[in-house]
Design a protein around this ligand. Structure first.
Ligand SMILES: *[C@@H]1O[C@H](CO)[C@@H](O)[C@H](O)[C@H]1NC(C)=O
Ligand SMILES: *[C@@H]1O[C@H](CO)[C@@H](O)[C@H](O)[C@H]1NC(C)=O
Length: 358
C-alpha cells in the first residue's frame, strides 16, 4: 500500500526535476579568437549575457563594433565570433533570399546571388552583391512585380479561407472567399475563387442574406423622376419586364423584386445607374454602360513580344514585357508597353545593356 503510494510520488516528481535541470543548463566559456569577452569566467549560468569586442583589424560577425551573446540552456545564442575587417556580415535584403554561408559571414570578394520572393523582381536586373573590403556593393533591391496583386479586397460578409494573410500575391494566384453563415452569392453558392491577373484580382463575391422575400423598396430616385414627368409611369416588379437586358461587359449580380443590379467585368468602369428597374409601361429604366479602363495586349498575336497570353494594362500605366527571343541576342530583351487613353504603344526591344538607346 505505501509502496504503491511512493511509486506514484516518484512518477510525478521525476519529469518535473528533469525539466528543471534542462532549463538551468550552464554554458562553457565561449571560444573567441581575435577578441575578448566580458565578464571572463569558466562557466556561465543560464540567462547570462556577455559582451565582446575584437582585436585591431577585426570586428564582430554581427552589426556593430561590440556585440552581446546570451547563454541559453548550455548554448550561446549568436556565439561570439570575430572576423576580418574586410569580411562582410550577411546582408538583410527584404523580399529576397540567398544561400547563407555555414560560418555566418562572407570573406572579402565573396559574391552572393539573390533570388526575389514570389511576386517580386530585381530592380534594374541587379541580382548579385559583392563583399568589398567589409561592405557590400549596392545590394540588390526586390520590388513588387507589376503583375503581382496586393491583398485581395475585403467584401462585406466574406472571409478568405485556406490562405494565410499576406500582402502580395504573384500572378495566377488563386484565393477563395467564403460567405458568412446565413449569406449566399445569388442565393445558391457560398464560396467564390478569384485569380490574380495582370496585377488585378478577378471579380469578388457579393454575399447577401439568404431570405426568401427581400422587401427592398429600391432607391427610387430615377423612378420618381420618370413617374412625375411621364404621368402615371411607375415601377413594377422586375418579373413583369421579363429577362433583364444584356449590357456589354456586365453581368446581373443581384435580382430583387423591384430592381436588378449590374456589375461591370474586371477592366471596365461602370457608368450610369447600377440598379435598373422595370417600369409600368413594360420598359426598363436607364441601363448602365461599361467603359474600358485598361489596354489589352494579346502577346500570343504580337510579333515582337514573347507569348504569355493576354496582358491588361491600366490607363496611364506601363509595363515592361519580355520580347520574343532572337538567336543573335545574348540576353533577354524587354519592351516598355504603355497604355495612354486606351492607345497602346509598344516600345523597342532592349537588353539590360542597351537601355539608354531605347
Ligand atoms: C580594398 O582594400 C585594398 C587593400 O587595402 C585596397 O587596395 C583597395 O583599393 C580597396 N578597395 C576598395 C574598393 O576600397
Ligand atoms: C464551394 O461551394 C460549393 C457549393 O456551395 C461546394 O460544393 C464546394 O465544395 C465549395 N468548394 C470549396 C473548395 O469549399
Amino acid at each position: 500500500m505505501s509502496g504503491r503510494y511512493f511509486g506514484f510520488v516518484l512518477l510525478v516528481l521525476f519529469p518535473v526535476e528533469l525539466h528543471a535541470q534542462t532549463a538551468a543548463e550552464p554554458c562553457r566559456a565561449p571560444r573567441l579568437v581575435k577578441g575578448f569577452v566580458v565578464p571572463e569566467q569558466e562557466t556561465y549560468s543560464h540567462g547570462t549575457v556577455v559582451s565582446y569586442s575584437c582585436d585591431n583589424g577585426h570586428k564582430p560577425a554581427v552589426e556593430g563594433w561590440w556585440a552581446t551573446s546570451t547563454c541559453q540552456n548550455g548554448v550561446w545564442s549568436q556565439p561570439p565570433q570575430c572576423i576580418d575587417n574586410n569580411a562582410c556580415i550577411p546582408p538583410v535584403i527584404p523580399n529576397a533570399e540567398y544561400t547563407a554561408t555555414s560560418d555566418g559571414w562572407h570573406p572579402n570578394k565573396d559574391v552572393i546571388r539573390t533570388k526575389c520572393d514570389k511576386g517580386y523582381e530585381h530592380k534594374d536586373y541587379a541580382a548579385t552583391a559583392t563583399c568589398i573590403n567589409g561592405t557590400w556593393t549596392p545590394l540588390p533591391v526586390c520590388e513588387k512585380r507589376e503583375d503581382a496583386c496586393d491583398t485581395p479586397p475585403q467584401y462585406p460578409h466574406t472571409v478568405i479561407v485556406n490562405q494565410k494573410y499576406q500582402e502580395l500575391f504573384s500572378v495566377d494566384s488563386r484565393v477563395q472567399y467564403e460567405c458568412e453563415h446565413g449569406y449566399t452569392i445569388d442565393g445558391t453558392r457560398t464560396n467564390k475563387s478569384v485569380i490574380c491577373m495582370g496585377g488585378i484580382w478577378t471579380e469578388g463575391p457579393q454575399c447577401s442574406r439568404q431570405t426568401a422575400s427581400s422587401g427592398h423598396g429600391g432607391s427610387g430616385t430615377a423612378v420618381g423622376g420618370a413617374g412625375s414627368s411621364g404621368g402615371g409611369i411607375h415601377t413594377v416588379p422586375v418579373s413583369r419586364c421579363g429577362n433583364p437586358p444584356l449590357v456589354e461587359h456586365a453581368e446581373v449580380v443581384e435580382t430583387r423584386d423591384m430592381f436588378v443590379r449590374y456589375q461591370c467585368n474586371n477592366y471596365f468602369d461602370e457608368v450610369g445607374p447600377e440598379e435598373v428597374m422595370c417600369l409600368s409601361d413594360g420598359t426598363w429604366s436607364q441601363l448602365p454602360t461599361c467603359e474600358s479602363n485598361h489596354c489589352f495586349v494579346d502577346t500570343d498575336q504580337n510579333r515582337k513580344l514573347l507569348s504569355v497570353g493576354m496582358i491588361f494594362i491600366k490607363y496611364g500605366e506601363n509595363m515592361k514585357l519580355e520580347c520574343k527571343r532572337h538567336s543573335s541576342w545574348l540576353t533577354e530583351h524587354h519592351a516598355v508597353v504603355q497604355c495612354t487613353n486606351g492607345n497602346l504603344n509598344i516600345g523597342e526591344c532592349c537588353s539590360k545593356y542597351n537601355q539608354w538607346s531605347c
